[in-house]
Write a protein that binds this ligand. Structure first.
Ligand SMILES: *Cc1c(COP(=O)(O)O)cnc(C)c1O
Length: 389
């Protein structure tokens, strides 16, 4: 049996969330939680919110929510929009669809501009739509559509929205923040959301949010009935440095450690790191003779790959799990069984990617797919060597 250690199973996660947690961060998580109404915690909370401004590249306040990423998505809808508002969702995958579902749930009139899975949203399509529909109050999309491994052209879309309407630009950056450049202020985005279990190398349970001045203005005239995700309640508490409800103290203590590291490394180094891992992975996969799902605009967070003809996609996922203790993601919806996804956001390095590429090669071979063992790994090795990573 190839599998793992005889005593302890060596589990490896290559799914686009939750992602692996570094030992230093696990150490923080083992500490006794502070009480949230103490000076110590208030000081920490303040520092973390400031450090998040650095990651969001904004001078606006940042919010931490005790929820998964979807909670921050919902927070945008319930605080910035009203029942009956017309909104536009750029739907190019599973997470685009989530914006539609939340909007519909709160009684918004949801328009969607659909793009084929694997394609990036087209800014000119957005322009055409906005010209034909004068009442759109918000345009919602993903910076990185995790279900397809595609990065949408955020800056270009934001420019079009600004030029053609007074709609707010709402970006789900849950697998983009801390992966690739996404400056809220410079690109004039109105809401950016993210979550702890992706590039922030933490367990799930925290969501992050920052809004533009324009979005804060919109809050004054918009909103639907809400309680837990009411930013007005949070602002009242923040005036005293506290949060409205009991925050996820343990996660926030660990987040401080992660953010200190991100500050020390600098955003350009973090973005370059993810870019290299993504490129090495894509080269490895292509050298195996497999087809990348995102032909253009691939995300640096996750690589989506077509399952080769004659192989059952579900078996790739289960073989990696059962034989190597490796968790990857399969395809969703109509791509179930026809696509698989390897993540490289957060706590990964080039050797991790060689590991998963090697395991994928062995898996395909075991499943009877004609493959040259080592070809994909060698292509990635060559790239990483050239890039000095
Ligand atoms: C993971 C993810 C989410 C949020 O999912 P949660 O399970 O609520 O954390 C939303 N959008 C994208 C693009 C994601 O990758």
């Amino acid at each position: 049996m190839l599998k793992s250690h005889p005593i302890f199973e060596h589990r490896r996660i290559f799914a686009p969330g939750p992602t692996p947690v570094p030992e230093e961060v696990l150490g923080e998580l083992a500490r006794a939680p502070l009480h949230h109404r103490t000076k110590e915690f208030i000081g920490l909370f303040d520092r973390v919110r400031q450090r998040l401004q650095f990651v969001f590249q904004t001078t606006q306040p940042t919010y931490l929510l005790s929820s998964s990423g979807t909670g921050a998505m919902e927070t945008c809808i319930v605080n910035l929009f009203s029942t009956g508002d017309e909104i536009l969702v750029l739907n190019a995958g599973k997470f685009g669809e989530r914006w539609e579902k939340i909007g519909t749930c709160y009684g918004m009139k949801v328009h969607s501009l659909k793009f084929e899975w694997g394609q990036a949203a087209d800014p000119e399509g957005v322009r055409g739509f906005l010209r034909a529909h004068g009442n759109i109050r918000g345009v919602f999309f993903q910076a990185s559509e995790t279900s397809t491994g595609v990065a949408h052209p955020v800056e270009a879309i934001a420019k079009v929205v600004r030029a053609e309407s007074d709609a707010l630009v709402i970006v789900d950056a849950i697998t983009a923040l801390g992966v690739s450049d996404l400056p809220l202020d410079r690109w004039d985005l109105d809401a950016v959301v993210s979550g702890s279990q992706k590039a922030f190398m933490l367990p799930p349970g925290l969501a992050f949010l920052a809004l533009s001045a324009r979005a804060h203005d919109r809050r004054k005239i918009a909103g639907v009935p809400r309680f837990y995700f009411d930013l007005n309640a949070e602002d009242r508490a923040l005036a005293g440095g506290e949060s409205a409800w009991t925050p996820a103290v343990g996660l926030i203590m660990a987040l401080d450690r992660v953010l200190a590291g991100m500050e020390a490394a600098g955003l350009p180094a973090i973005f370059a790191h993810h870019k290299r891992l993504a490129e090495g992975t894509r080269r490895g996969v292509s050298a195996m003779g497999l087809e990348l799902f995102a032909k253009k605009n691939p995300s640096d967070a996750v690589t989506a790959i077509h399952v080769p003809a004659g192989v059952e996609g579900k078996k790739i996922v289960s073989h990696l799990r059962d034989t190597f203790g490796i968790t990857i993601a399969g395809g969703q919806d109509q791509w179930k069984g026809k696509m698989f996804r390897l993540a490289h956001l957060g706590f990964f390095d080039s050797l991790d990617m060689l590991t998963v590429l090697g395991a994928v090669e062995m898996t395909l071979k075991a499943l009877g797919h004609p493959i040259h063992l080592g070809k994909g790994v060698a292509a990635a090795q060559t790239f990483f060597l050239e890039e000095n990573t």
